[in-house]
Design a protein around this ligand. Sequence first.
Ligand code: SF4
Length: 92
Amino acid sequence: MNRPRPTKQSIIDRLINKPGLRARINANCVSCIYDQAAPGSWRKQVTQCTVDSCPLFDIRPVSFSAKDSTGSKPLESGQRGEIRPQKLGILA
Ligand code: SF4
């Protein structure tokens, strides 16, 4: 029996209750692209985002299985969730 898919709002609510910028970025991408009726998890759908002009594109959450095919660099162990301020344009 399949579990019901989480709603977009429930995913966003769960993410924004986590601390840190990573959770906020993830929530933003879910808000932007996730379609509950479309195939794939929210992370897989965000992985498939093609809007490379988006400021968050390079730091969007990407599924581990798809990192090579998206051209995104795999994160090192312990690096997950790390966001360099330079990437966000906060620091020069
Ligand atoms: S990276 Fe893609 S999914 Fe995330 S906010 Fe930008 S356009 Fe939306």
